[in-house]
Design a protein. Sequence first.
Lengths: 248, 298
Amino acid sequence: MRTASRWAWIAIAVPLILGNGAQALFETRDAKLKSVKTLGIVSAIGDQFTYAKAGLTGLSNSPRSEPIGSWGLDDLIAQEVAKALSNRFQVQPVTYPRATFAAIQESAIGPVNLVRGDPFKKLVQTEVSPQGLDAYIIISKAKASFGGGNRKAEGVGMITYSTVLESIDLLHALYEVRVVDGKTFDLIEKLAAGPPGGVSNIRLPGPSLIIDSSFDKRDENLRRAIVDLILRSLPNTLSDMHLGNQEP
Amino acid sequence: MKQALQAARRCSTSCANGALLAAAIATIGAAMGAFDRASAQTAFTLPAPPFELPVLPPASGTWTMMIGAEGRYRPSFEGADHNLFSPVPIFSIRRAGSVEQFRSPRDNISIALIDFGDLRAGPAGKFVPSRKASKYSELTGLGDVKAAFEAGGFIEYFPVDWFRVRNETRAGIGGHEGVVSDFSADFIVPVTRAVTISGGPRFTWESTKAVAPYFSIDAVQATAAGLPAFDAKGGAHSVGAGAQVKYRIDPQWEVHSYVEYERLLGDAAKSPLVTARGSVNQTTVGIGASYSFDFKIR
């Protein structure tokens, strides 16, 4: 009789323990975000503008970069994110070495990234001040394949896609947003900004815009177009991460 | 690995499934028409899954699903001198905006675990259907060859955006237990933003264990089939060329067509099955259409 009773207790306890374990393991990022009250924002996407060529190119087609630190994109992004999240979170100013964050690259070998973990976790732990906030939001450059060949676009820049009969210029502002737990430094959420909703045959998996030949490519016009791409994509990206207000 | 989930699958089915497939395409077509009218951007929105795995990125965001079908007219079996039509479903799902990497019709299922942009590598696999002697008179007496699954890896290199070389080397399990190594090179020429043509040479090497089940004829089979006995060895297996054209009609619809020719070499070409009842010339022609639409996961 006692043996039967013991087995009955085990039969009740095991599912409960497994259930709680599974709940902890599979806890949604949304649930983790609910406990976040104080936030710091780190933005590091806008120090270089990259010109690249794709499609029918010459044999030597390495991309070239120009510094655009003076455009103030990162300050603008930090302000916009703070504005979007201030209703829900207590956003606090933080200091960080922007160049260190901008220089981070993921490994080209997928399994290495899985083993190594997110490269921004350690930076948040060692380079951001003050520590102790509930979470930190990191906005950094994203990378994406373009055109089906070997070309990868990264961060802010322009790709000239050449075909036999035409040439197309595509402006892009590829970025991804991470939420890092301020206590454990685990990654709560990570999402790359998506493409604009419009329809086009030439697309990148991020904010991008085809510009026609009449577009005046002076710096102020490029900046205005890039800022527009960022400002239009940020609300949806934050909404998809369940951070901002939901899109109607 | 930037794209959290990107999988492309093309699965061969037999002709017997044609009616089912046609019905499915008709249903999908009707549904797609409804999507077109409903929205030019996002077809529908799904709620986020109730749980998430810690190692996987979140499913939230906009995704692109591609569905379609391809008609493939290919040799009934390797070495045959007549062809068979088979429908092939097309399905892929990827982050919205992410482009499908270039793929030639001979590429098999693969995942790029290493991706330097110009150099990509990872595991690859291929399913080789069984060869039933009862289905074709040329095979009478030769016995069945079971289906095989080939697993191995691929490596491809783009020295420039418009040229790719690729190798897939796979070992078989089941119908054959040999090694198959496919080499290909493709020039990829975008004619306009909507039209891309590509093509180049192909070469295949196979080990003895990969060739023998399909091209050797033992004494018993020779008697039953009325063909001389033959012991097929491995080596250079085939050489050929392929070309394809893709036309993206609009952001949703894409049509494609291709032709792949290979000439059997070595003992595959010398086998009595081929010299007496088949052909060294093997041509596959395909034509297909696909429809892509975006959906959102909150």
